[in-house]
Ligand binder design. Structure first.
Ligand SMILES: [Zn+2]
Length: 355
């Protein structure tokens, strides 16, 4: 800073990246102490039907995942017997609330959160950058709303998320996991990590084939052949145009009788954003591999996009023998081809009504 002139770190490209890089490389003691463990995974590639999947064993996170699944199962029993209201609320319309089994929300009261890295302003709104206490990726942190907002992606949050990734650069990936699609906290948070899901490598190598849905006003939307899940690709240089188009899709997912949870993953590259949206069947945990009752946790964006976390250390040793099960698990968590066709029609209509 020179001559006492105030320099807003968030306005300067690269500054935010430095803040994040420093937070992880300097390992601020207060933050390091508040984290449950350091991310130190074992990973390998397995191959099936001409595709490669990344299998990740993050042993330190296993206990947490098992506990949250247990809590969720218990609370589902309670809500099934006592509450008709919750059942009638669509996944994407669930309000902000503590996670099942907890009395308070872990992302509220961010001011006193020992994992707070920094408060930032993105597209004229205040957010907090918060370390993930139980990381599943390198430099894994979250963009969190200061207000108690539900875990739903809105146009405003899309724009802020794009802006954040633009500051961080193309080696970071933003991930949104909706309610019913793997979310374990019901307060708006975008996960960010340094790395990228396996599906991007398949797109780059041409081993999966995007199919044009439409291209309009600089925004391109494609579906895809050859991946076990139904996925949509959005691409464009205009953040505004992209956010508007993606919002149309998110609204379509909850329109009429629709109630499709969803995952989003994106990165900033060559002056634009490439985004993948994955509508979900509503099932969060795949059928386990025979003999391995703890094969997987809930599937989020990374799993649907080919980077699969395994819960069983013994299964990890022999997963090559069960490669087909990975393909089937992703397929099981996805919507079907006929649902995709209906979605595309409704989405096209919704975009046409914008004009
Ligand atoms: Zn909250």
């Amino acid at each position: 800073m020179m001559g006492g002139e105030f320099e807003s770190v968030d306005q300067k490209p690269g500054s935010l990246r430095l803040v994040i890089d420093d937070a992880f490389t300097l390992k601020l003691r207060s933050i390091a102490e508040a984290m449950s463990y350091q991310f130190n995974p074992e990973r390998k590639l397995v191959h099936c039907r001409g595709l490669s999947f990344e299998v990740v064993l993050n042993a330190a996170r296993l206990t947490y995942v098992r506990n949250t699944l247990e809590k969720l199962r218990n609370s589902n029993h309670i809500s099934e017997s006592h509450s008709a209201i919750k059942k009638n609320t669509k996944h994407s319309l669930q309000p902000h609330q503590p996670v099942p089994g907890d009395t308070s929300c872990s992302l509220c009261a961010v001011e006193v959160n020992p994992l707070l890295i920094k408060k930032v302003e993105l597209v004229r709104k205040q957010y907090a950058l918060v370390m993930n206490k139980r990381p599943w990726g390198f430099h894994n942190f979250m963009l969190v709303t200061i207000d108690a907002q539900p875990q739903a992606m809105t146009r405003t949050e899309l724009l802020a998320s794009f802006e954040l990734l633009k500051h961080l650069g193309s080696d970071y990936e933003g991930i949104f996991t909706g309610v019913g699609a793997g979310a374990s906290v019901y307060h708006f948070h975008l996960q960010v990590h340094k790395g990228s899901a396996m599906i991007w490598r398949h797109l780059e190598s041409g081993s999966i084939k995007p199919l044009m849905v439409f291209s309009s006003n600089g925004v391109t939307v494609k579906s895809c052949d050859g991946w076990p899940a139904r996925v949509f690709f959005f691409e464009g240089a205009s953040f505004e145009g992209l956010a508007t188009t993606i919002q149309c899709m998110i609204e379509t997912l909850a329109k009429g009788d629709n109630d499709f949870p969803y995952n989003i993953g994106f990165r900033y590259s060559c002056g634009g954003v490439q985004l993948i949206l994955i509508p979900r069947s509503g099932i969060e945990q795949p059928t386990c591999i025979l003999g391995h009752p703890n094969s997987w946790g809930r599937f989020g964006f990374l799993e649907m996009a080919g980077s699969v976390f395994l819960l069983s250390p013994t299964l990890f040793e022999t997963i090559e023998d069960s490669a087909e099960s990975i393909y089937e698990a992703i397929e099981e968590m996805s919507i079907g081809a006929s649902q995709e066709a209906l979605l595309i029609n409704a989405f096209r209509e919704s975009v046409a009504n914008l004009r």
